[in-house]
Each structure stands twice: as C-alpha cells, then as structure tokens.
Unconditional design. Sequence first.
Length: 361
Amino acid sequence: MSRVSPRPEIAALPPSVHGGLDHGELARLTIHPDDVLDFSVNRNPFGPPPSVRAVWEGVSLERYPDRECLALRSALAERHGCGMAQVWVGNGAAELIWLLALTYLSTGDPMLVVTPTFGEYAAAGRVMGARSKMFVARQRDDFYPDLDALVIRMKKLRPRLTFLCNPNNPTGVYLEREVVKALLAANPSGLLVLDEAYAPFVENGWDSTPLLRSGRLVALRSMTKDYALAGLRLGYLLAAEGIVGAVRRVQPPWSVNVIAQAAGLAALGNDAYLQDTLAQTRAAAVELARELAALGLQVRPSATHFFLVKAGDAAATRSKLLRRGILVRDCTSFGLPAFVRIAARRPEENQRLVAAWRELM
Ligand SMILES: Cc1ncc(COP(=O)(O)O)c(C=O)c1O
C-alpha cells in the first residue's frame, strides 16, 4: 500500500497550544467543565452584550451567508472612519493571520515575529515554508523589545511580513504610536501586521487607523475578546484596499457564518455595554494583580487585563490550580516555563483564584 505523505512543512509542524478548557483533560480528571473558572482565555469576563442574544431569532439559517459581510463591514468602516474597501472580516482574527500568510508568503520568504507572542503567526509562516525569524523581547527588559536592534533586524532581513502584537499576548507590553511608526518605516518592502486583538482593553490606547495610509500596515482586530464571541468566531482586518483585495481572494467562501455576522452588527450597536464592562474588567485586573502580589507572587506589569505571574514551575502550578477548579495559562509554549498568564474575571471570581493560590503556598 503506498502512503501519501503530507507536505514536509506540515509534518514538521508542532501542535498548536492555546488557553481554554481541554475537555479531554477534564474528562480524565473527572472535572465537569462547568465547575472550572477559566482565567486562561483573555476575553471580556462579562460576556457578550445582551443585544447579541436576540439575533438568533431573526437569522435565516437556510440561506448562505453574505460572502462579503457587507452590512458588518459598513458598520466597521463607520466605526473606524475608513472606507469599506479597507475592511475585511474573517472567522476570527486567527483565520485572517493564516490568510495573510497564504497571500503574502512563498517558500523561503523572510518573515519576522516579535516574541514571546501568540503562536499562530509562526505556525502560519511555517506552513507556507517561509523563512521565519524570531526577534525576542527579553525578560530582563520587562519583555519590551530592544527597538534599535529590532529596526536593524528589519532593515537587514526585509521581511515580507512582520507580526507585532500590541498589546502583546502574553506579556501585556503596549508599544506607543511613535514606536510602531518607526517599525513601519524600517522596512519599506514588507507589511507590518499589527495584531490589536486586545487593544480595546487598554485604557487610553492610540488609534492605528491613520497609519493605514502608509499602505503597509495591516491592523488585526478580534471581536471574540472585547465582545466575548469566542464561540461564534469573528475578527476583521483594516488595511489598504489592495491588501484587502488580495486577502479576500484566498478566503474560503462563506467563512463567516450568518449568526456571527448578525451578532457582530448587534454588538457594535451596544457601545455603552462595551465601555462599561471593559472599565470594570480593567479595575478588576488591577485589584487582582494587587492581591496576588500581596501573596508574595511576582506579578508583571501589563497594559491590559491579563498579566504574567512568576510561578516557578508553570505546568505544576496550572495542574494544582486545575484540581481546585481554576484554570490558568501555562506559558511554557511561549518559551516562558516559569510563568502563568492570568486574565482577570469578575471581582467575585477573582477572589476564588486568590483563595486557591493561597492554598498552594
Ligand atoms: C493576539 C491574538 N490574536 C488573535 C487571536 C485569535 O483571535 P480570534 O478568536 O478572533 O481568532 C488571539 C487568540 O487568543 C490572540 O491572542
């Protein structure tokens, strides 16, 4: 029997690791998913806006979704003050990361990822056979990238795509506008993909849309974090028309389902809920960080509602907390085996995390 092998890039691909419940693991531990408080995913802990729940009724399930997401793109364009032709919607920001790799990377093309960061950028590059390079922001610099060195690296490597997550997952480091402008200027021959999945969680963040004029910035947004629509899958990118025109060609048809499109529209219409819950989440994160530090733990500063905590052995800490019904993100897959990442939840839920951790000490 002859065997057909997958492409070598696929065979060499490590499994992707993410936060969230591992249902197989919970079944082995005989823990019911409903009994776990999940601090390992970075979403709005107050859930989706109430208006989103109502959309099911009005949605026609027998029709194909609008492949161009016209209504949602029009609302997003209005929100960001740009043209509809500069907006494209995906089945989560994750799909758009993969589509960008598919659109812009061929075998051997240079690409750069500022790490430690979200693993999908490197995975997508590997699948395309790109020459994927990492620029490491060091722990001793509080995970803030050495900008002079990064600019030099970009000038030398001239990556087709540079992935920069801002604020960064998992470190919470947030780069200012001038820094991103300098990075954009450093490499006229490639695109800078600025993943702003967590930007809405930053207090007084800056607006990257004016930088779209450069023609080389792709801003990625997720609606699964701020609007808590992880189960529905919804994200979008903002970029120059030419970039949008290229990415849309490689997207599988009907990728964004009818419910996700309707939910996205309903969510955008409920700004007060978003602003209110994000403010509460930020306040809860500050308080949680303070209480964990008071236990003697080393808590890293963060511009957003999730932060790194030094745990010694992250895998062991995760599993001890899980037995107490608390899930945190072991950061070993980010190359940080001494850290766990915690995303603040509601104040009363955060108290359960503090109590469980106190028991470990
Ligand atoms: C930085 C970053 N970008 C993108 C994503 C994917 O977001 P989505 O759920 O919209 O696919 C994640 C998910 O964890 C993330 O952390």
